[in-house]
Design a protein around this ligand. Structure first.
Ligand code: SF4
Length: 110
């Protein structure tokens, strides 16, 4: 697998999600998710990041400038409130997404 630096000339540590507060990408509010989406749009890996997230069916978070929920791109992050069925495991989904991010980041560096 090619590293981020090999494909774009940018080291992973220079990517917006590494520079800014990583919690924005798994934000609890729509405003923070929108901020993460904006930052992704400045990222040289946006297209490949989005394609990878689609392929992996990311369960949660902002990837490649899009919000994912249960493996699909959704228009907006849902607002807070009583969770619907399927949202009750959100913390597990967040943990899985963070683990995926750490795994993908370490693979890009290898
Ligand atoms: S496009 Fe992907 S790699 Fe780039 S800032 Fe967004 S989440 Fe990070």
């Amino acid at each position: 697998m090619a590293t981020a630096r090999e494909t774009t000339g940018v080291h992973w540590s220079e990517l917006p999600c590494a520079i800014e507060d990583g919690d924005l990408w798994f934000a609890a509010t729509s405003a923070d998710a929108d901020r993460a989406k904006e930052l992704c749009r400045t990222c040289p890996l946006q297209h490949s990041c989005l394609q990878g997230a689609i392929a992996r069916q990311e369960p949660h978070g902002v990837w490649g400038g899009e919000v994912f929920y249960e493996g699909i791109v959704v228009a907006r992050k849902r607002t807070r409130g009583r969770p619907r069925n399927g949202e009750l495991h959100q913390r597990d989904l967040e943990r899985q997404a963070r683990a995926n991010l750490r795994k993908n980041t370490s693979e890009a560096v290898a």
